[in-house]
Design a protein. Structure first.
Lengths: 320, 435
């Protein structure tokens, strides 16, 4: 504070000015304290909500995972140690769900991020009517996932739109969601279609922060389009890239709505995911403790993947 | 200047928050005083129902309540309707905060679960009334009645008489239903005509409770069951025994032979009416539409007998009294009043369902003896099997659903059934068999 004031007064302070400063300082301190109180008030709603709906539930999940808590029961929860985890690790459906969840994330992240970038590059041009395409690509994002799942459910049917189109080309399409080999891929495809618009907008915002001068300068140096992308666009998008990587990964891991609406984990567990398993165990089967154990595993999975990603995408330049 | 604004902003938000919480408290205060007694000595009894989305049913229930409130001055029943989707959650939440209403309705298969959990009190002083009700409309647990419903629904095989006659297929009757072999032969004949890609439609696209409700009766007809009903401790031998395996093989065979699609269309009833299938496994709720479209040609057939008699599922929404009710006497009084034949008839009539008592059936058009819908009532009376009366039922239902879906999708039947049995047994055991 003194520094700031000193900077505002380049001349050496005389005694009266010192008095002035201290009075000023005092006046500054008072508002500062009340500002802190104000800040506390402003943060209070968010903090209360965060504690009630995020921190407490997470703590509860940790605690409940080691009990036999039931959704409907005359007895309270009892501590059962790691029984839930023993059961969970012995359940073949859990391993299939874990595999599906990881597979889904592995494929969705590059496909969705890549496609979104391609779309963003396409619409990052100053051409008439580009806003129309921006809107069209963004439309699925603002539509409810349940609605989209219902629509694709019809399109994926044996006699649905997709197979009708394929039939025009002389191809007999499979029962996309009824076949264990195609079900997860079908859900993956529609999920990418739904989410790609959102990440396109993020990429676009990143693209628009890149100064046009750099492109002009490189053009004068005779850079090709690919070189411009490789040496200007791609490095400049590093922050955006990290953000997109982390958000897609987390949302891919929490795959649930599509599965719940379209396949209920079937056929033969080929689309069962960890979140779906947790919801099924916790609500339909009333096993709160067991569901908490699944959620705990899920939490650890997402946390560790995020930490690894953070480490890999850390700001290496800062250290120099 | 900025700080000043911030201060004022903070003060205003604080005031707003206070006002809101005060309003909330005020509201809370009102609600709690509702359940008390007013100046005239009339006690208010709260009643919850799941049918906010079903105007016909809610209207009928409201009429019963209005009649009851007008009939005496001691109690006043107050209805609160919930959408069906969030009803069970609301009840579970209310139970954990000890704020259940006095009277509530319950889906039949949930009655043992809620009775065991201490949500419900056994019905008292109603034995005489309940004796006249269809057994599937009374929810019992531990040999005590906990809930009673105005109605039930029944499933039947819908077919066109003309189609069966053209293909020389015997039209089964309630006294002489198809045998399993006859049914399979009929499907083979219908498939051979080439007129339908899949002659049979079992509405396999439906989800949730439909699976145990619609398909476990076939399992029971084969001689299997969801759990051993003598002890309710294990499903071993009944859900994975020889009879169950025969059921599973048959069920999967329907798909393998092309008699039925592994996943049907979204509206099986409509597909049948549009002649996309020859036989559909549908509920009594579809009868009006079928009759309107096909007239006399429609036949409501009993399910086939696979050795243990034809079976259908029983048990729909029923009414009970909560264990935490502070005015049990009044709640029982209302239930007794509401279960009169004329109200049973009124509710069944409004909802197009099967009236629970003989006397009420005589009052509802179509359900009188010899009426057009009487056949469903006879199915209910003769074939209905309630779902296992164990608090573990919700778990059994989802486990059975998964096993049946896996079997239809080509899983090894014995393996799927064994897995289901071990899951069900583990759950029963982890709850100390709900003792």
């Amino acid at each position: 504070m003194t520094q700031t004031i000193g900077a505002a007064h380049p001349n050496p302070p005389t005694v009266p000015t010192i008095e002035n400063i201290t009075r000023k300082q005092r006046r500054f301190e008072k508002p500062q304290r009340s500002q802190r109180i104000t800040a506390a008030w402003l943060i209070a709603p968010a903090a209360v909500l965060g504690i009630t709906f995020v921190l407490i539930p997470i703590a509860l999940t940790f605690a409940l995972a080691f009990t036999n808590a039931k959704l409907v029961s005359p007895q309270g929860p009892q501590f059962v140690g790691i029984d839930n985890f023993t059961r969970l690790f012995g359940d073949p459906v859990f391993w299939k769900s874990l595999r599906n969840t990881v597979l889904f994330a592995i494929f969705v992240v590059p496909i969705q991020a890549g496609l979104a970038l391609a779309l963003a590059l396409l619409i990052n041009v100053k051409v008439k009517g580009v806003n129309f395409f921006r809107t069209v690509y963004f439309l699925p994002v603002v539509t409810s996932m349940v609605v989209i799942s219902m629509l694709w459910l019809f399109m994926y049917r044996q006699d649905g739109l997709i197979n009708q189109l394929l039939a025009q080309l002389g191809i007999t399409g499979p029962d996309w969601l009824g076949n264990p080999t195609t079900a997860l891929a079908s859900i993956l495809f529609m999920s990418v279609w739904q989410g790609v618009g959102f990440h396109m907008v993020i990429w676009l915002s990143g693209l628009q922060t890149i100064s046009q001068d750099m492109y002009e300068a490189s053009a004068i140096d005779g850079a090709t389009n690919w070189q411009q992308f490789r040496y200007i666009t791609w490095p400049a998008l590093r922050q955006t890239r990290t953000f997109i990587l982390v958000t897609i990964t987390i949302s891919a891991f929490s795959l649930f709505t599509q599965v719940q609406v379209m396949t209920q984990g079937g056929p033969l567990d080929s689309t069962s995911t960890l979140v779906f398993l947790a919801v099924r165990a916790g609500y339909q089967q009333q096993q709160t403790g067991y569901a908490a154990a699944i959620s705990l595993i899920f939490f650890l999975l997402v946390l560790s993947v995020s930490l690894v990603q953070r480490y890999l995408t850390r700001d290496k330049d800062v250290k120099k | 200047m900025v700080t000043h604004t911030l201060k004022r902003l903070a003060a205003v938000s604080l005031a707003a928050a206070l006002a809101l919480s005060l309003a909330a408290c005020g509201k809370g205060g009102n609600t709690s005083s509702d359940s008390g007694t007013d100046a005239n000595g009339t006690a208010t009894i709260k009643m919850w129902t799941h049918n906010a989305g079903n105007e016909a049913e809610l209207g009928a229930i409201n009429a019963v309540v209005a009649d009851y409130n007008a009939s005496q001055a001691k109690y006043k029943v107050e209805v609160q309707a919930f959408p069906q989707d969030s009803y069970n959650t609301s009840v579970t939440a209310a139970a954990s905060s000890k704020s259940l209403p006095c009277i509530l309705d319950i889906d039949g298969p949930n009655v043992p679960n809620w009775a065991w959990a201490g949500y419900l009190a056994p019905l008292t002083g109603l034995d005489e009334t309940l004796a006249k009700f269809l057994p599937s409309t009374v929810g019992t647990y531990d040999d005590k009645p906990y809930a009673a419903g105005f109605y039930d629904v029944a499933l039947a095989m819908y077919a066109r008489k003309s189609v069966l006659e053209q293909n020389n297929i015997r039209i089964p009757t309630i006294d002489q239903p198809w045998t399993g072999d006859e049914f399979n032969a009929a499907l083979a004949t219908l498939k051979a005509t080439g007129k339908w890609a899949n002659p049979l439609d079992m509405a396999t696209a439906n989800t949730g409770e439909w699976w145990p409700y619609a398909y476990s009766p076939f399992l029971q007809s084969f001689g299997g069951d969801l759990i051993d009903r003598t002890t309710y401790e294990s499903a071993d031998g009944v859900l994975n025994g020889a009879a169950a395996l025969k059921w599973a093989t048959w069920f999967r065979g329907l798909v393998d032979q092309g008699y039925m699609a592994a996943k049907s269309g979204t509206d099986a009833g409509a597909d049948f009416l549009n002649d996309k299938s020859a036989i559909v496994w549908n509920g009594s709720w579809g009868a009006e539409a079928a009759r309107a479209k096909l007239g006399d040609d429609i036949a409501f057939l009993p399910p086939p007998d696979f050795g243990n008699g034809p079976k259908i599922g029983g048990g729909s929404w029923q009414w009970g009294v909560s264990a935490t009710c502070n005015n049990t006497e009044g709640a029982m009084d209302y239930l007794k009043f509401s279960l009169q034949d004329k109200y049973v008839a009124a509710v069944a009539d409004a909802t197009g369902t099967i009236p629970a008592t003989d006397a009420a059936a005589a009052l509802v058009k179509g359900y009188e003896a010899g009426g057009a819908n009487d056949i469903f009532r006879q199915f209910s009376k003769k074939y209905a099997e309630v779902r296992p009366q164990t608090p573990g039922y919700p778990f059994i239902a989802t486990t059975f659903t998964k096993a049946a879906q896996d079997i239809l999708n080509g899983a090894d039947p014995q393996g799927a059934l064994d897995q289901a049995v071990s899951d069900i047994d583990a759950n029963q055991k982890s709850n100390n068999n709900f003792q």
